[in-house]
Design a protein around this ligand. Structure first.
Ligand code: NZQ
Ligand code: ZN
Length: 394
C-alpha cells in the first residue's frame, strides 16, 4: 500500500425529506446571500426548487436564482453566474441538480473568488487561489461532484471540454434524498450507473503491482452493488433502496476513498477519451464512457491480464477460463453485456455517432492536448493508441 492523505470534508445529509434541512445547513455555513443554481427543467417541474427556496426563507437566508445549466455545462452560463453573483453580493452557492449544475457552480465559485479569466483554471494556465463556499442538493447519482474536488466545463467556442481539480471546490455539504432521483429518465439513470462504475474502474485499473486488499475489496463491492441495483431499477425505477444504494455509491466512487493506497490518481484514460466526445458531440457523459470502455479494455488488458481476470471473477462472476487472458476477456464481454442490458451503447454507432477519420484526428488532437500529453496509467497511451481505441469503438 502506498502512502496517502485522505480528506473528505463534505457533510453528507442523506435520506428521505432531507431537503427541508438545506436552509439550516446554508445558515450554519455562514451564508447570507445564496445563488441557487439549477438546470433545464427538472428541478422546477418537480417542485424541488420551491422546496429549496422555502427552506432558505425559513432559515432567514436571502437568495437569487439562476437556472438553465445544460448537460456538459457551458462557460457562457458560468460567466453569467459570475456576473450575477458580483452584482448581487452572493457569498454562497447552492447548486440543485447533477454534475453539470454542481460543476457550473464550482466554476462560478472560482470566478467570484479570483480576478481574471476563469477559463485559465480549466486550461491549466493558472491555479485558483480560492473558491466561494458551496453546498449541493443532488438530483442524479452519477458524476460524484457533490463530494469530488473537480469540475468540468465546456467552452462554447470550439466546444472544448476541460476539467479543473482543486481541493478548494469541495462542497461543504451535500443533501442527498434518493427519492429526488425517482423522476430520472431510464437513460439518465443508466448513464449515472456507468459513470459511477467508471470512477471506480479508473482507480481499480491502476497498473501497479501493489497489494491493496481493502481498497480493492471496496471497489469490487461498489461495482457489484451498482450492477445489482441498476438491474433492479430497470424493473422498478421507484425502488427506494436501489436508488439509495446507487446514490451512496456515486459519492463513494468519487470522493477519493477508492484512491487510498494506490499510487497517483488512477488511470482516467476512458474519461479523457470521453470528455472529447462530450465536448465535440455533446453526448451524455455516462453513455460516452460506455461507448469507449470495451475498446479501451480490449486494447489495454494485456498490460496486466490478472487484474482484469480478478474483475471478471469477483465483480462479473464469470467462470474462469484456461488462463488469465481468457478470463479477462470473458469479464469484458460480461460487462458489455450488462451495459447493453441497461440500454447503454458499447460503441460509437450505438451512441449515435458515425465518426469520420478527420473527426478522430481532431478528437486525438484535443485529447492529447495538441500532442503534448499521454493518457492512462494501466497502460500509458500516446496519440497512436488513442487513435486506435477511437477506431476500435467506431
Ligand atoms: O437540466 P435538467 O432538466 O435538470 O435535466 C438533467 C439533465 O438533462 C437531468 N436530471 C437531473 N436530475 C434529474 C433529471 N431529470 C429528471 N429528474 C431528476 N431528478 O439529467 C440530465 C443530466 O444531468 P447532468 O447534471 O448533466 O448529469 P451528470 O450528473 O451525469 O453530470 C454530467 C457532467 O458531470 C461531469 C461530466 O463530464 C458532465 O459534464 N463530470 C463531473 C465530475 C466531477 N465534477 O467530479 C466527474 C465526472 O467524471 C464527470 O466528468
Ligand atoms: Zn465521470
Amino acid at each position: 500500500m502506498f502512502n496517502f492523505t485522505y480528506c473528505a470534508p463534505t457533510k453528507v445529509v442523506f435520506g428521505r425529506d432531507t431537503v427541508s434541512q438545506v436552509g439550516q445547513l446554508a445558515a450554519q455555513c455562514g451564508a447570507k446571500k445564496v445563488l441557487v443554481h439549477f438546470g433545464g427543467k427538472s428541478a422546477k417541474a418537480s417542485g424541488l426548487l420551491d422546496r429549496v427556496c422555502r427552506s432558505l426563507e425559513e432559515s432567514g437566508v436571502a437568495y437569487v436564482t439562476l437556472g438553465g445549466v445544460q448537460p456538459n455545462p457551458r462557460l457562457s452560463k458560468v460567466l453569467e453566474g459570475i456576473d450575477l453573483g458580483r452584482r448581487e453580493g452572493v457569498d454562497f452557492l447552492l447548486p440543485v441538480g447533477g454534475g453539470s449544475v454542481i460543476d457550473s457552480a464550482k466554476a462560478i465559485g472560482y470566478g467570484l473568488a479570483n480576478e481574471g479569466d476563469v477559463w485559465d483554471f480549466y486550461e491549466g494556465t493558472r491555479e485558483p487561489a480560492g473558491c466561494l463556499p458551496l453546498g449541493a442538493v443532488l438530483t442524479i447519482a452519477a458524476a460524484g461532484s457533490e463530494m469530488s474536488n473537480s469540475s468540468v466545463i465546456t467552452k462554447d467556442e470550439g466546444m472544448l471540454k476541460r476539467g479543473c481539480t482543486s481541493e478548494l471546490c469541495r462542497c461543504r455539504f451535500a443533501v442527498m434524498d434518493p427519492e429526488l432521483t425517482f423522476t430520472l429518465p431510464d437513460y439518465q439513470t443508466a448513464c449515472g450507473c456507468v459513470d459511477i462504475n467508471m470512477h471506480t474502474m479508473e482507480r481499480y485499473f491502476h497498473g501497479q503491482q501493489v497489494k491493496n486488499e481493502l481498497t480493492d475489496a471496496f471497489s469490487e463491492a461498489l461495482m457489484r452493488t451498482v450492477i445489482h441495483n441498476a438491474r433492479i431499477l430497470r424493473e422498478n425505477p421507484r425502488d427506494y433502496d436501489a436508488r439509495a444504494e446507487i446514490m451512496w455509491a456515486g459519492s463513494l466512487a468519487h470522493n477519493d476513498l477508492l484512491n487510498c493506497g494506490i499510487q497517483g490518481r488512477g488511470d482516467w484514460a476512458c474519461h479523457q477519451l470521453e470528455h472529447e466526445l462530450g465536448g465535440m458531440f455533446d453526448v451524455a457523459h455516462g453513455a460516452g464512457l460506455a461507448a469507449v470502455w470495451g475498446s479501451w479494455a480490449r486494447y489495454v488488458y494485456q498490460a496486466d491480464p490478472s487484474r482484469f481476470a480478478g474483475f471478471a471473477l469477483r465483480v462479473m462472476g464469470v467462470e474462469p477460463g484456461r488462463d488469465d487472458q481468457e478470463t479477462a476477456l470473458r469479464g469484458i464481454e460480461a460487462y458489455e453485456a450488462f451495459l447493453t442490458e441497461i440500454g447503454m451503447p458499447v460503441n460509437l454507432p450505438q451512441l449515435g455517432l458515425q465518426v469520420t477519420d478527420e473527426q478522430i484526428d481532431e478528437l486525438v488532437w484535443k485529447c492529447s492536448f495538441m500532442g503534448k500529453r499521454t493518457i492512462g496509467s494501466f497502460r500509458v497511451l500516446d496519440t497512436e493508441d488513442m487513435k486506435a481505441i477511437y477506431r476500435m469503438a467506431r
